[in-house]
Structures are given as C-alpha cells and as structure tokens.
Design a protein around this ligand. Structure first.
Ligand SMILES: Cc1ncc(COP(=O)(O)O)c(C=O)c1O
Length: 355
C-alpha cells in the first residue's frame, strides 16, 4: 500500500497480504468445474491434500474461517446445547453471536489465561442431565490463540482435553485459523495435533497468504453432514477452483516460511518493549502476533495509533489502550528498521502534544 511518497507498513493483520504473481498465475490457470456437485478438480485436490496432511478422512473448502467454525458448531450441536470456550475466543468474541443465531447454542465462557484451556478450567462445568439445564455438548479451543498473544497450546494439554472430552461424551473442535503457526513454532506435526480432535477449522487466508478460503476437517460422516450446512449457510460455490488454487499454492509453499514471521514478531516485540509509553501484553511472542498496551499515563491508543499512522505504520486496536501488530508474508525483515524509526517518531509526536 502507498500513500503519497510514504510506503505504508501494514501490520493490522496477517489477512492484509496480496497474492503474489505465482499465486495469481496458479489461480488464473486453475482447472475448474461445478463444486456444488463435487466436480471441481482443484477444490477436490485441495481438500484431499489438506485432509491427508492432517490425517483426517475429509476436508470441506469454505469461504471463511467464521463459516468453517459456525458450520462445525451447527453440525455438532442441537438447539439448546452448550459450548465451553475461552471468554476471548474468536468463536465467542468475534463471530457476532453466530452460535446463538445459527445453531441456537449457548456459550459458557471460561477464564483461561492466554486462552489455554486446561482440565482445571473445565472442572465442574458439565451441566447435570436435568430439565433446568442446557446440554453441555462441545469444547472449542483456538490454536494459536489470537487474543492470548498468538500462543501455542501445549500438545500434552490437547491430549488431556481429548481424553477428558471422550470420557465425558463431548466433542472437541479446534479453531485452527493459525494452526500452521502452531505447527511451525512447536515442531509438533499436523497429524499429532489433529489426532486429538473431532474437527478442525483451518484458514488459508491468514499467515499462508491466500486471498480467500478455509477448510473444515473431520470424519467422512461429519463432513457429509457439514456439507449440507455449508449449502444452507450460502457457502457452496460453483467454479471455486479459482479460489482453491490460491489456497493450494499457499498450502504448498508458505507453511515453513512462517518461521520468518515469528522471528520478525520477536524483533518487533523487543522494539516495543524498549519503547517508553508502551508495554507488551505477552512478553515473548512465539508466533506472529504482538499484543501491546499504550500506557494510559502516556497516551490513548487512538492518539498513539494516529501518530504511528502519520509515520506510515498501521497496527490494529481492540480496546482503548490495546493494540496488535501482526507479521506476515508482505512484511520482510528489511522493514524492521523502518518500523523502529516510525515507533520512535510516533512517541516523539505524542510526547510533544503535552508540551
Ligand atoms: C482465530 C481466528 N479464528 C477465525 C477467524 C475467522 O476467519 P475469517 O476472517 O476468514 O472469517 C479469525 C480471523 O481473523 C481468527 O483470527
């Protein structure tokens, strides 16, 4: 992005990336067919490759991560069921009440630091079978957990959750919009994560850099039922292979390079940590999300972000003082000095406001 002569550094999200020319070529050349009748060869190939990578029986290509999570909830629950999830989870906080609207399901939120739900958070949370209560049906985890500083769940914790949910006849779903970052940061392979889960949602349009697309993964029986809800929710498309080709290119080329985003995020975190007036929310980010606070005695988030924007850097804001910078495919390490300079200048601009 460019305004006047200033080259903008856009760190609002890893969703702001633009397809590179190789991805655009792959999309332009994609073999296509009618995916409503499962005849799009590129969609079919993407679904087969991604299912096999995670060791699930099947995958279903859908337009967005939100739709993928909501189809999972709809497929797993009945109206009047309850979901256990962290209070800062995407499905609860940023999907506009989808579980209530689309599935008639309630969410019981847990307070799990960093969004890392453990057995201690779940203890006593299953409702008794009694006419007064909703029926506890599923647990949803998010890996990496966005509002938890992009932290990775410990795999041992995933195993405990699987055992506990199975023992209690509950479903375990993972919002894995950034599961790729968890795989690369932890060194724990895709099948190891997936084998603990009943279903998994993954996004190609975050760190992997595709313009559109997510996939829902699970057993053949689950995906067959989910397909009907994809249709009802308006997500069944026709020559969707053009989109799937972008997702396939992202999946085949852009997983390992996430390491660079993680290293860049660590460097941004260090810069932020050394900046007076700013404070990291999560001191040592291990993936690509850097959450930080503008200290209230220094400035409001609005004031600081406006000054930063003048210096050509965009970050996002989710509360009066809370900000997030996200590294991605279109932010090379060579831009880090520019980021540092912009932060220093923005601090000076805000400081001068009080003179
Ligand atoms: C953790 C998480 N889950 C799900 C989503 C939803 O994805 P989409 O924007 O494709 O609906 C996002 C979006 O940023 C996310 O961060």
């Amino acid at each position: 992005m460019k305004t006047d002569s200033l080259e903008i550094i856009d760190l609002r999200s890893d969703t702001v990336t633009k397809p590179c020319s190789a991805m655009r070529d792959a999309m332009a050349r994609a073999e296509v067919g009618d995916d409503m009748v499962a005849e799009d060869p590129t969609v079919n190939r993407l679904q087969t490759e991604v299912a096999s990578y995670f060791g699930f029986e099947e995958a279903l290509f859908v337009p967005s991560g939100t739709m993928s999570n909501q189809i999972a909830i709809k497929t797993h629950t009945q109206p009047g069921d309850e979901i256990l999830c962290d209070e800062t989870s995407h499905i609860y906080t940023w999907e506009a009440g989808g579980p209530a609207l689309l599935s008639g399901a309630t969410c019981r939120t847990l307070h799990a630091p960093g969004g890392i739900i453990g057995l201690d958070h779940l203890a006593g949370k299953i409702r008794p079978a009694n006419q007064h209560y909703v029926s506890t049906r599923m647990v949803i985890v998010e890996n990496t957990h966005n509002r938890g500083g992009g932290c990775v769940h410990p795999i041992e914790g995933f195993r405990e959750l699987r055992d506990w949910t199975r023992k209690n006849n509950l479903i375990l779903h993972c919002d894995g919009a950034r599961i790729w970052n968890a795989i690369v940061a932890s060194g724990v392979g895709p099948k190891e994560w997936a084998s603990q889960l009943d279903s998994l949602s993954v996004c190609f349009s975050k760190g992997l850099g595709a313009p559109v697309g997510s996939a829902l993964l699970g057993s053949r029986e689950f995906i067959n039922r989910a397909r009907k809800f994809r249709k009802i929710f308006g997500g069944a498309m026709r020559q969707a292979g053009i989109l799937a080709a972008g997702a396939l290119h992202a999946f085949q080329n852009n997983i390992e390079r996430l390491k660079e985003d993680h290293a860049n995020a660590s460097k941004l975190a260090k810069i932020i940590q050394q900046t007076p007036g700013l404070e990291l929310e999560y001191p040592n980010p291990t993936t690509n999300l850097v959450w930080f606070k503008v200290k209230p005695d220094f400035a409001t988030g609005d004031q600081f972000l406006a000054a930063l924007k003048k210096e050509g850097v965009l970050v996002s804001q989710t509360g009066p003082q809370i900000c997030r910078a996200v590294t991605h495919l279109d932010f090379p390490a060579s831009k880090i000095p520019d980021f540092e300079k912009a932060i220093q200048q923005a601090v000076k601009i805000v400081g001068d406001m009080w003179k």
